[in-house]
Design a protein around this ligand. Structure first.
Ligand code: BGC
Length: 738
């Protein structure tokens, strides 16, 4: 029933003993008693300075030769590397210097650095190299690129999230990198935020399930030749609802929302054994998270039970001084961040942290045991990742990068992640074999389909991209070049007009915008087809939901792609042709208005009947969970039964059309009234089912009772008593919890 993508990844038997990780809760490395003794023996031999060194992570650019042009080939500066790795004794390096590199070059770099660390540093402790492989190994040329997380989330398919994690682990570890700064566990809230595409959507439970599947895919071997990574859930916590909508600006979050919306996916990730956590660069409720022991220690360590490694985000100790105004100088910022709970500073250019820590411990402002705790976690993770036994990239593994099976997993994710939002009068699939006009700025480009974190940080440099098909190429391939025109003057004779609109890739502060509405030039382009006799099909390629309300009425059909990756165009052409039945469902509310910040799981008082204006309603252009198909599904016979600690929800799903298709059964609950006010509804379970045309199936979703908990006004998870209404589509069923 549950669609599974079976992935057999190419590759010979692994020569490295990369043994992360089982689903141990809390993310503590699983070492034998003897290995823990080795960790402690090593720690016992280390000086304070050496332990502080383990806590420093530098970017590759800090030890690279100065490039004349960004496009010049990267050259490691071995003298600088020696100074930092052997003499200063740093414990970690991250990322590409600027742009993606071929696997061979990665392996050379990692090999040189590990040789320096093992042969020339004080105790021969290997480095732990970390990278942002956030949608596939996007900094390794030739690796498999996947859709961005938001498109993945539209599949509502944990098997695909797992497959993405697995491929990412195999292809990243193949070059010797054992640590990934993924998945993003931030829940999309503010629609204008520049990192919406990096999230797994608006619902914390859906995001949590998909993040956990990615983590398991990365961390847990699924066969003797699997390579594994330590995953990082980021950015803890409350990053995604900046009040201004701009990146890294302050958030004000009530205790209840913090727990129910923002913490939940991290809690799920920690329970699944995620090995590291990256901290939110912003400020929450008046304190930058990097300086907040309540969030980083009381909540993360004591409440969530996290025992793995906490890494700062980029330069965030320095930013406590020069960005937040939280500390007078870097020494003070170092004390604040270490006391708050960080283990590794993503410095990323300087080793001044080491001097500060030594000075702070010697002056009695920081305890040495606090430094020991961090160094122990870092060294234990290195042990668990097999770096002490095999610090070098595993031999003979380049072959496994970019396999056809992995490409298929990416293609399948794009197919299931594309959402058919509108399909007036059965516009799609295209029935006629007449000419097709294709226009719009996204039609013949690669970067917007891939998004940021593709071969470079912002992903905008198409010169770095392999020549995969654009939408135009894929449509020509599927429908025949002679049927496709790009000349807008041909609109009169066209049988369909496909307009590919959206935005260029961008992320973080570079991606901040002042207006969520699609730009005027693109609105005008669509308006110019207002009187066309052929149906207008909008194809949306966006980082975040750009408002299209002024032109929505012109469209006969609308397809949302988000950033579907290199196989998005092929998947789109298959859907337009009817070879693939669309099955994606929006993992966010698509706003109708720029100011509409009400999300699907809002409080009752966020909407109002007063005045009857749409402004007072949950009134998205397309609601959370919406997605059409070429067939029709009906739900009937909803039953919800509590048995012990489980609520079993079952519903009859019928494919009432003649075409085979997938439905996503979405189970919501509306909580009983309480002075700690509930949300109107929230997702508590889901399942994707494949049904042949005309067939039916009873689908059962098991929901553990603790998923019905929600935070009280102080943020403590509570199971309130009363009548809970279980909802699937229009159906309702009540259960009593005493
Ligand atoms: C981003 C992180 C990323 C880090 C390292 C930061 O700017 O916020 O998501 O992991 O850079 O590249």
């Amino acid at each position: 029933m549950h669609r599974t993508v079976s992935l057999v990844l190419a590759g010979v038997l692994v020569c490295v003993s990369s043994t992360v990780a089982s689903a141990q809760q809390g993310g503590k490395p699983e070492l034998t008693a003897e290995q823990w003794q080795q960790v402690d023996a090593l720690l016992g031999e280390m000086t304070l300075r050496e332990k502080a060194g383990q806590m420093v992570q530098l970017t590759l650019g800090a030890i690279s030769s100065q490039l004349k042009n960004a496009t010049d080939e990267h050259v490691l500066d071995v003298d600088k590397a020696r100074a930092m790795v052997a003499e200063s004794g740093i414990g970690s390096i991250l990322n590409a210097a600027d742009v993606a590199m071929p696997p061979e070059q990665w392996r050379e770099i990692v090999t040189t650095l590990q040789e320096i660390a093992v042969e020339e540093s004080a105790h021969g402790i290997p480095l732990i190299y970390g990278v942002d492989s956030v949608h596939g190994a996007n900094y390794i040329l030739g690796a498999t690129i996947f859709p961005q997380n938001l498109t993945l989330a539209a599949t509502w398919n944990t098997d695909l999230a797992h497959a993405m994690g697995r491929v990412t682990a195999d292809e990243t570890r193949a070059v010797g990198i054992p640590w990934n700064f993924a998945p993003v566990a931030d829940v999309k809230r503010h629609p204008a935020w520049s990192r919406v595409f990096e999230t797994l959507g608006e619902d914390p439970y859906l995001a949590g399930e998909l993040a956990v599947a990615q983590i398991r895919g990365m961390q847990e071997p699924d066969g003797p030749d699997s390579l594994v990574l330590a995953a990082t859930a980021k950015h803890f916590v409350g990053y995604s609802e900046p009040r201004t909508g701009r990146d890294r600006t302050p958030a004000s979050i009530a205790h209840q929302d913090l727990e129910d919306i923002f913490v939940l996916p991290f809690r799920m990730a920690v329970d699944a054994g995620v090995r590291s956590i990256m901290v939110n660069s912003g400020e929450v409720n008046g304190v930058p998270v990097h300086a907040n022991p309540v969030l980083l220690t009381d909540l993360l360590r004591d409440d969530l039970g996290f025992e793995g490694v906490v890494v700062t985000d980029w330069e965030d100790i320095g930013k406590l001084v020069n960005f937040h105004g939280a500390a007078a100088d870097e020494r003070e910022a170092t004390r604040l961040a270490v006391e708050a709970g960080i283990d590794i500073t993503m410095a990323p250019f300087s080793v001044s942290f080491i001097d500060h820590v030594v000075d702070l411990v010697e002056s009695g402002e920081l305890s040495e045991s606090r430094i020991d705790a961090s160094a122990r976690r870092i060294i234990a993770l290195k042990f668990e990742l097999g770096l002490f036994e095999s610090p070098l990239p595993p031999a003979g593994e380049i072959e496994r990068i970019g396999s056809p099976e992995a490409a298929l997993a990416s293609l399948e994710t794009a197919r299931q992640g594309i959402v058919l939002l509108e399909n007036g009068e059965g516009t799609l699939p295209l029935a006629s074999d007449g000419p097709i006009l294709i226009a719009g700025p996204m039609a013949d480009r690669l970067a917007p389909l891939h998004g940021s974190w593709t071969y470079s940080w912002q992903g905008t440099d198409e010169a770095l991209y392999p020549k995969t098909p654009t939408i135009l190429d894929a449509m020509r391939e599927r429908f025949g070049a002679d049927r496709i025109s790009t000349d807008q003057a041909d609109a009169g004779g066209a049988s369909a007009i496909v307009l590919c609109i959206g935005e260029d890739p961008s992320t973080e502060q570079i991606g901040d915008i002042t207006d969520l509405t699609l730009d005027d030039a693109q609105l005008e382009l669509v308006r110019s087809f207002e009187d066309a006799s052929a149906p207008v099909i909008l194809v949306l390629v966006t980082n975040r939901p750009r408002v299209i309300t002024p032109i929505a009425d012109i469209a006969d059909a609308v397809l949302w792609l988000g950033q579907p990756g290199p196989y998005g165009p092929e998947a789109l052409a298959e859907i337009v042709a009817g070879d693939v039945n669309p099955s994606g469902h929006l993992p966010f509310s698509y706003p109708q208005f720029v100011n509409a910040l009400v999300l699907y799981n809002h409080k009752p008082s966020e909407v109002s009947e007063v005045g009857g204006s749409p402004a007072g309603k949950y009134n998205p252009l397309y609601a959370f969970g919406h997605g059409l198909s070429y067939t029709t599904f009906e739900h009937s016979g909803l039953e919800a039964v509590r048995s012990g600690d489980t609520v079993r929800v079952s519903v009859e799903v019928s494919n009432t059309g003649s075409v085979d298709g997938d439905d996503v059964v979405q189970v919501y609950v509306s909580d009983p009234p309480n002075p700690v006010t509930p949300r109107v509804k929230r997702l508590v379970g889901f399942d994707r089912v494949s049904l042949a045309g005309g067939s039916s199936e009873r689908v059962t979703v098991e929901i553990p009772l603790d998923r019905f908990q929600r935070a009280d006004a102080t943020g403590i998870n509570t199971l309130y008593t009363g009548t809970y209404i279980i909802r699937v589509g229009e159906l309702e069923s009540a259960i009593e919890l005493e």
